[in-house]
Design a protein around this ligand. Structure first.
Ligand SMILES: Cc1cc2nc3c(=O)[nH]c(=O)nc-3n(C[C@H](O)[C@H](O)[C@H](O)COP(=O)(O)O)c2cc1C
Ligand SMILES: Nc1ncnc2c1ncn2[C@@H]1O[C@H](COP(=O)(O)OP(=O)(O)OP(=O)(O)O)[C@@H](O)[C@H]1O
Length: 142
């Protein structure tokens, strides 16, 4: 049984998220998805939805076998519990593969790191970015 981990903020779910999780699932038999806590979302505005709601939405996707709340402090706590064979990063995530692999080795975890593919919009109005969805809400309802 090959266990795979994907992780992200997954705020205001859109087809880009579905693509990432579906692609990540192809790397093994069981996909575990970890939802980032607001304390770890430092590179963009904090999520709008509560972490439990974001977890429950990705748990409902076919590709996801188990959805987990991330640890608010140490991002390797859920990884140690899940003990995955592979971590699949999102196509545009800022994390560096070699740094993560070194941190995994330090903790004695035998796990490789891969990178998922990206997906382009299928029609002009399709929004594949939480930030773009928020901008559209503000322009239409703000
Ligand atoms: C292997 C790995 C495990 C992670 N685990 C957690 C976690 O347990 N808790 C958390 O808040 N963030 C965790 N994160 C960090 C967030 O997912 C990270 O901030 C990410 O950049 C958010 O993704 P997004 O900007 O693509 O949505 C983890 C990141 C990696 C690479
Ligand atoms: N179009 C896409 N194709 C493939 N993966 C995507 C796409 N959009 C988002 N993802 C992936 O989904 C994961 C979570 O994305 P995140 O929650 O940061 O959403 P986002 O819509 O990119 O957010 P924002 O627009 O606020 O930066 C990330 O790993 C990201 O790479």
């Amino acid at each position: 049984m090959t266990r795979v981990v994907a992780q992200g903020t997954f705020d205001l779910l859109h087809p880009g998220h579905v693509h990432y999780l579906t692609d990540a699932a192809t790397y093994g038999d069981e996909l575990h998805a970890i939802v980032a806590r607001p304390s770890n979302v430092t590179h963009k505005p904090k999520p709008i939805l509560d972490a439990r709601q974001r977890r429950d939405m990705i748990a409902a996707l076919d590709a996801v076998d188990e959805a987990h709340l991330g640890d608010p402090e140490d991002v390797f706590v859920p990884i140690e519990r899940i003990d995955p064979d592979v971590i699949v990063l999102g196509f545009d995530q800022h994390h560096d593969e070699a740094t993560i692999e070194a941190a995994l080795a330090d903790r004695g975890l035998d796990c490789r790191v891969e990178r998922a593919s990206g997906r382009d919009p299928r029609y002009d109005a399709e929004l594949l970015s939480t930030g773009d969805i928020v901008d559209r809400v503000l322009s239409r309802r703000g």
